[in-house]
Design a binder for this molecule. Structure first.
Ligand code: NOJ
Ligand code: NOJ
Length: 629
């Protein structure tokens, strides 16, 4: 190990030489015990209001990472926050009572976030604002350019909250669930039931289309939402969409693997961690392996897992995996075409691969047999070379291959954790990625909440701790014979008992703004002004403008922004602002512009045009550090 001396040095300074070999030098079991503590602490340290790493975050707000530049992750994403809270709720149910105040803060924070108007829309009248992917640390809207809407957020949040709600119901707090938590869940379920069949951005915020992870998460939320509604004696009309969502979920299968994105034009091959993270988020220990909910132990899901992992065995893609035998775990990342920070392995995906395998093993053990189909045979052959197709191996037979397969799969899972261990720094902190070439240095966002949460959930599965079931045992979940593109119009209202402010149907007038501004490639123009919808003079919160009609002769930047100025109308002050590349300062227009915006309910569109006033920007040049976006 050529960097042993620097490790020793670090260890010597910080913690004394006896633990110099931590974490690489310790046995896996020991590593997991210690790292799990660090990871759980890491999660809590990134949550407001008291999180040690995130001063300024509002109560219950989960910051994605304390990193404020290259990349700036000092925001809360509904996906990251909800997946994290799913894990926190599971840990709470498992007996960690200290976590309850965090969960109550989360409920409160989400009720507020649901009601704010944002660039995706509003809560009233039709729920569009729920598709907003991220918010500022204080819970206010983020107006910058982003891949929106993202439709996995409401589903994942519903799932996290339903887990908590079920526990409360079992502990005699049905009324509290009905009045406080259900209204938050109901908004999210309404959104899922109304928009599951509309395209949106995938979990990696890059591809506009339909996404496997999103669809699978949506299915789960509608099923468990329906069960909870029944328990509470309330209606969930959106939940009746579940069979159609399930039908749609099957269509991602291409004969060899699940294509991560469909109805898109990303031009990618479709092999993607999206389809591994979906099944672990939808995991139900007691589900049958042939359940169309697509559990980790499903034949197609296992086949897909092998295709996914093997893609990253290619050492020209990930040099770090060179020389690792095909029976052992490797470092895995988002998808082979990834170029974000040059495209590296991710901790949460490598740990997710382990969790996936522990889940499958647990499901085989729970049902007491393993069935191998022609589809899953390649997966099993890798672990048990004598596997034969169309065979069922029962656990209770002593000589049964069942045990050999379970042992091999568990060892395989462990080997993915060992890879994560190998690239964990001595502090135990988990970034987003580690370099695909030796020495696998951590990079991109530091102390990523989602990385930590994935360690916590992986170690729970490895220790035989499983979340409550969510799939009803009845056969009523069979697939419709034909899929229909349906939708149920949602009903939305602020969850005031959970702390949401009262809101009313917004009163907006659309203003069309256009400015001629010659820009260099990489420079963007925004509009900022003195009202909330224009960011109150904060460039970070300005509204984006479009350049799809920009030409050299006519350098047009334009935007159509819905402005809420109340029924009376108002004179709004604004100006344009240029965002420079490479983290340079913004360039503001000289002087202020004004526009008279009529009150809502009256005339719709106001048109304003002009030419940029003031100096232009200049590119940062070759020497600047590019935030690869
Ligand atoms: C930031 C997103 O969070 C990340 O997922 C994406 O890869 C990059 N932007 C590039 O689009
Ligand atoms: C980038 C990831 O692609 C996305 O899934 C995540 O939500 C953000 N980073 C924040 O962690």
């Amino acid at each position: 190990m050529f960097y042993a001396s620097s490790l020793l040095l670090l260890a010597g300074v910080w913690v004394g030489s006896t633990v110099a070999e931590w974490p690489q030098g310790v046995p896996l079991d020991e590593f997991i015990v210690e790292e799990r503590e660090i990871a759980l602490r890491g999660v809590l340290d990134n949550i407001g209001p008291n999180g040690a790493r995130v001063p300024g975050a509002a109560p219950g707000i989960v910051i994605a990472s304390p990193s404020k530049q290259n990349p700036d992750y000092f925001y809360t994403w509904t996906r990251d926050a909800s997946l994290t809270f799913k894990t926190i709720v599971d840990e709470f149910i498992d007996g960690n009572a200290d976590l309850q105040p965090y969960i109550d803060d989360f409920v409160h924070a989400q009720a507020i976030l649901q009601t704010g108007s944002n660039p995706s829309g509003t809560l009233l009248p039709s729920g569009t604002g729920l598709g907003e992917p991220k918010y500022k640390a204080d819970g206010t809207r983020f107006n910058g350019n982003w891949g929106r809407p993202q439709r996995d957020g409401p589903a994942l949040r519903a799932t996290a909250l339903i887990g908590y709600a079920n526990w409360l119901v079992e502990h005699g707090e049905k009324e509290r669930v009905k009045t406080v938590i259900w209204p938050v869940i109901a908004n999210d379920l309404s959104y899922v039931g109304e928009y599951w069949n509309s395209t949106g951005f995938d979990l990696w915020e890059e591809v506009m289309g339909s996404s496997f992870f999103t669809t699978q998460s949506q299915y789960r939320s509608l099923v468990e939402g329906g069960t909870l509604a029944e328990t509470l004696g309330v209606l969930c009309e959106a939940c009746s969409e579940a069979p159609q969502v399930l039908c749609f979920l099957q269509t991602y299968w291409n004969g060899e693997y699940f294509t991560a994105n469909i109805n898109d034009n990303s031009g990618r091959g479709g092999v993607d961690a999206n389809t591994i993270l979906g099944p672990i988020a939808a995991f139900d220990l007691h589900a049958a392996c042939d359940s169309p909910s697509l559990q980790p132990c499903h034949s197609r899901v296992l086949a897909n897992f092998k295709v996914f992992v093997d893609t990253f065995r290619n050492s020209s893609l990930y040099p770090i995996n060179a020389g690792i035998p095909s029976t052992e775990g490797i470092a895995v990342g988002r998808y082979p075409e990834d170029s974000y920070f040059i495209g590296n392995p991710w901790y949460l995906i490598t740990l997710g691969a382990a969790e996936f395998l522990y889940d499958a093993v647990a499901q085989w053990a729970a049902q007491g047999f393993i069935t191998i189909t022609p589809t899953s045979l390649p997966f099993f052959l890798g672990l048990y070379p004598n596997a034969t197709t169309n065979s069922t191996y029962k656990r209770h037979k002593n000589s049964s291959p069942f045990h050999a397969i379970v042992n091999a799969t568990t060892a395989y899972a462990d080997s993915f954790v060992s890879i994560a261990q190998k690239y964990t720094p001595s502090t135990g902190s988990l970034a987003e990625q580690f370099l695909k070439t030796p020495p696998g240095t951590p990079l991109s966002a530091t102390a990523l909440t989602w990385s930590f949460a994935s360690f916590v959930s992986m170690s729970a599965r490895r220790a035989g701790r499983f979340p409550p079931s969510w799939l009803p045992s009845s056969s009523s979940l069979s697939l419709p014979s034909t899929c229909t593109a349906s939708s149920v119009t949602g009903t939305y209202s602020p969850a005031t008992a959970a702390g949401a402010p009262e809101v009313t149907v917004p009163c907006t007038t659309t203003v069309r703004l256009a400015v001629n501004a010659t820009t260099y490639y990489g420079e963007n123009v925004y509009v900022v002004g003195n009202i909330t919808d224009l960011g109150i003079w904060d460039a970070e919160n300005a509204q984006t403008m479009r350049s799809d009609r920009y030409t050299e002769a006519w350098p047009l930047w334009y935007a159509e922004v819905p402005l809420d100025v109340g029924p009376e109308g108002a004179v709004v002050a604004y100006k344009y602002v240029r965002q420079q590349d490479c983290g340079q300062d913004w360039v503001w227009e000289e002087g202020n512009r004004t526009v008279v915006v009529p009150g809502c309910g009256g005339e719709g569109v106001v048109e304003e045009e002009g030419a940029w006033v003031g100096r232009g920007g200049s590119a940062g040049g070759v020497s600047c550090v590019k935030d690869k976006r």
